[in-house]
Design a protein around this ligand. Sequence first.
Ligand SMILES: *Cc1c(COP(=O)(O)O)cnc(C)c1O
Length: 374
Amino acid sequence: MANMDDRSLVPHNIRDLSPYVAGKTIAEVEAEYDPPQISKLASNENRLGCSSHVQAQVIKAMQEIQDYPDPVSRQLREVLAEQNNVSPENIIVGAGSESLIANLCRTFFLNNEEAITANATFVGFFVQANIRGISLKKVPVTNDYRYDLDAIAEAISERTKMVYIANPNNPTGTYVTKSEFERFMRKVPKDAIVVMDEAYFEFARDVSDYPHSLDYEFDNVITLRTFSKAYGLAGFRIGYGIGPEHLVSEMSKTKLTFEPTTPAQAAALAALGDTAFLKKSRDVVIEGKKRLYKFFEKHNVDYVPSISNSVMMVLADEEQAVAFTQAMLEEGVILRRINAFGLPSCVRITIGREHEMKHFERSFEKVADTRILR
Ligand SMILES: *Cc1c(COP(=O)(O)O)cnc(C)c1O
């Protein structure tokens, strides 16, 4: 169309968004650099794959693919309810926790209400809040890259409708402790919703002072979990929220009716039953982190200890982060810059299997030699 100013058709909050920049795919890196080995350590996916129970159930679900999915994921909600000691009415299932974040932003805000979160956290919340035109207060993380819950509590006003906390946080891997969470909840007004995004719960849950938000029965807390990380089902798009019925029932009204798909629901059910796979995934991540910390200490690399499945490196500045990530990519190690998450001079490394971590180490030593680092 000639000469039409399409931009005037688009509201400024949408125009101001940047499109999502995904990490490079394995196929793209292969085509571009053809390295002898490729390790994708960019998106916090499960490097073990997923449970071997999943495939047969998904193939079975294919027989029903001409029919719409169960819009309320009845069977999955029943199993999740039993596992988490809540009732199915407390649970909503969506196409990934990102979809549930969008749902939260659609459901609870009047036009002048605001949300609060940290300045260095999951970009998905920033994006969904902006799409909905919600004004967003971003409270700086502490010097050790942790949510500053005291400062967040201070920032709460009469306009605050929601506080979003990723625990453990992505991209930092840090967490708010039990006592911090409890102190914070004493200060939060009852008419503000606290979202605890526990995408990495399965990796974090055994840490002694990590608060399990479901152990508390607050009637203004909604917990988000996902099958994308520990369960290895990122490609299926399925996650869930757990909260008080009076909030979850409202979210059910604004949910996209037929998500997630039938095969995704079947995959999640199969994955839930395989606790051995989950344990193996956790063990690989624990081992991989130990190994990486040791390596970083040997090389004097500044890093942030993590209770999730990724570790953040702190580089000198953005330029170094760009150069390092690019040099590693050329070696076949796909890492994630996290400028969109508010940390331009940091790089996030997903913990993989031993051969992938060794690939990281070899490549790092090669790259460090070229004086990209210090
Ligand atoms: C990965 C991630 C998500 C997205 O999970 P999906 O279920 O794949 O949408 C949500 N929150 C955090 C903090 C994450 O790191």
